[in-house]
Design a protein around this ligand. Structure first.
Ligand code: NAP
Length: 527
């Protein structure tokens, strides 16, 4: 049952007077439940509990943490229909998406559990003592990754399950050994409370310390700012707008003790279409591209907002097919009236720029909060000069840039802001001629896709969902896949430490049987 209260540890709490409701964008009405925004006192309580929990949780074994994560997955499934219905009522997304995303969320939790059970992720490195070394003997030095401390997670509006309360950031932080306080997204506070209850049930069932998880409500920026400023918090995960992510990043940097903010912000995910591919299969490419632009009402961080090609009859035909196809796709609902209004405003801003031509815009009557998809074109020099055209329009919108030649294409790519993804649509035979273009693209993105679309992010260990600023605040890390655990740990070194007092991962006997780098050799043997 959803209460509208905060979870401060496992205690339901509503000390404040500020309240709000979520909104059903499909029905265009407010949902019934009233949520109570967390007070500074409640934030302090959650932070104190997280600090206390960290003292125990940091030393909980990988096997026990794995049991906790697996139990969270089970408890999320056990929420059943109520969670799916609440998700749909707070996002406007269909049931199939809710069920698919729930499966992905459970899969992520289980992937981290498997990582912990195997154990080698701690990256143990051992350089044993060399007492006979001259002129100076060498000490025994042993290193591994350890948890940083309590983490605050800002859930994403566009993934109420998979990138929110028990989403990738939370799963990775709990796996690392960090207690988590979730700042629930105001658009899906009910979904967040239900998932929080599942996490807390799992924590109780598997004997995790009180305070290992809290979920606080808010409908304004104060609670998030108070959390990020709190001295007990040691790192932050965020998915959302550039404005929000950068504000929190700056706030964290100004603290007396600055802390890292791993923010995933906007991206327009450039797609480069090469001439031979355009000539050979332009129609198919245009149809596939139209599907990617409109998938999930364009509300994906990997949505392709920009297509770059060299002027030709084939590119003109591509734009025609793309424009015709996109108008045959039924408009769909956006996550919230605010997102729909922002989409219309940002789209209009792009359409109003000099030199922009609208080649398709859905103009038949649509329901409230539904999005009118649009395709625009602009020439290369206009795009280069006007950086407003580089801004993300979050929704089913794309811009085709018609470049004069390959040199201009390369210049445009090299001047783009950092992106999550880049895509090359081309024939194998033409790729060598575009080596510089491809390298320029690689330099601006975290993942490069060949002959596909950027939407659809596989959750697997090799995935990189990150990229140069402003796509993220730290391009060295991914926020999808088990490597994302690396955001919540720091390297720690023991020098000449007694074997009996070392963590299991670094003991001579290697009781966990993990893979380690011992005196520069990869091995799982004892010392
Ligand atoms: P948002 O406005 O950035 O908000 C995300 C979260 O951060 C919310 O919980 C919000 O709290 C909080 N927040 C924002 N600014 C803050 C600040 N200055 N201080 C403290 N907390 C702050 O993003 P959104 O609500 O998810 O969607 C708005 C826009 O974000 C979209 O139109 C889109 O452009 C972008 N977006 C991008 C992605 C992506 O994958 N990169 C995903 C979703 C959305 P409150 O709402 O309570 O203020």
């Amino acid at each position: 049952m959803i209460t509208g209260k905060n979870y401060i540890g496992s205690t339901l709490s509503s000390k404040g007077t500020k309240t709000y409701k979520t909104f059903n964008p499909q029905l265009n009405i407010e949902n019934d439940i009233t949520f109570s925004e967390a007070t500074q006192e409640e934030i302090n309580e959650a932070a104190a509990l997280a600090s206390e929990a960290f003292k125990t949780y940091r030393n909980v074994s990988g096997i026990q943490k794995a049991a906790f994560l697996n139990a969270i997955a089970d408890e999320i499934l056990a929420l059943g229909d109520e969670a799916v219905k609440t998700y749909c009522s707070e996002t406007g997304l269909p049931e199939g998406r809710a069920i698919g995303e729930r499966g992905r969320t459970m899969g992520q939790l289980k992937a981290f559990a498997a990582l912990l059970e195997e154990g080698s992720w701690v990256d143990a490195v051992i350089d044993t003592a060399q007492p006979e070394r001259t002129p100076m003997p060498r000490s025994d030095i042993r290193k591994m990754q350890i948890a940083m401390g309590p983490v605050v997670v800002f859930g994403a509006s566009n993934f109420a399950f998979a990138f929110s309360t028990a989403g990738g950031d939370t799963a990775a932080a709990l796996a690392a050994g960090c207690p988590v306080i979730v700042k629930s997204h105001p658009m899906h506070a009910g979904t967040s409370e239900l998932v929080a209850s599942a996490i807390l049930k799992a924590a109780k069932r598997t004997g995790m310390p009180e305070g290992v998880f809290s979920n606080v409500n808010s409908s304004g920026i104060e609670v998030g700012a108070q959390l990020v400023s709190h001295p007990a918090i040691k790192a932050v995960g965020f998915t959302g707008s550039y404005k929000g992510g950068k504000a929190l990043y700056d706030l964290a940097a100004k603290r007396p003790e600055p802390i890292p903010v791993f923010a995933e912000m906007g991206s327009i995910n450039p797609v480069v279409v090469l001439p031979e591919a355009l000539t050979n299969r332009g129609t198919d490419l245009a149809k596939t591209y139209a599907g990617s632009v409109t998938l999930g009402t364009g509300q994906f961080c990997t949505n392709p907002g920009l297509l770059l090609g060299i002027k030709s009859d084939a590119l003109t035909q591509f734009v025609k097919t793309l424009s015709e196809t996109i108008l045959t796709i039924d408009p769909s609902c956006m996550l919230h009236p605010n997102i729909a209004t922002t989409y219309e405003a940002n789209k209009q801003k792009a359409l109003d720029q000099e030199g922009v031509t609208v080649t398709a815009q859905y103009d038949t009557k649509i329901k409230e909060n539904y999005a009118r998809q649009a395709v625009t074109t602009v020439d290369g020099s206009t795009f280069l000069e006007n950086t407003q055209l580089h801004q993300e329009v979050f929704g089913p919108f794309t811009m085709v840039v018609q470049c004069d030649n390959v040199a201009q294409l390369e210049t445009i790519i090299s001047k783009l802001e950092g992106q999550l993804t880049g895509t090359i649509l081309g024939e194998p035979s033409e790729l060598p001629d575009y080596k510089n273009v491809i390298e320029a693209l690689q330099n601006r993105v975290g993942r490069i896709v060949y002959n596909g679309v950027p939407t659809g992010v596989e959750v697997c260990p090799a995935m990189v969902h990150g990229g140069p600023f402003p796509a993220t605040t730290d391009s060295r890390f991914t926020s999808v896949g088990v490597s994302s655990i690396q955001r919540w740990v720091r390297p720690f070194c023991f020098q000449d430490w007694p074997n009996a007092l070392l963590p299991e991962e670094l003991k001579n006997e290697n009781p966990l049987g993990i893979t380690r780098l011992v005196n520069s050799s990869v091995t799982s043997a004892k010392i």
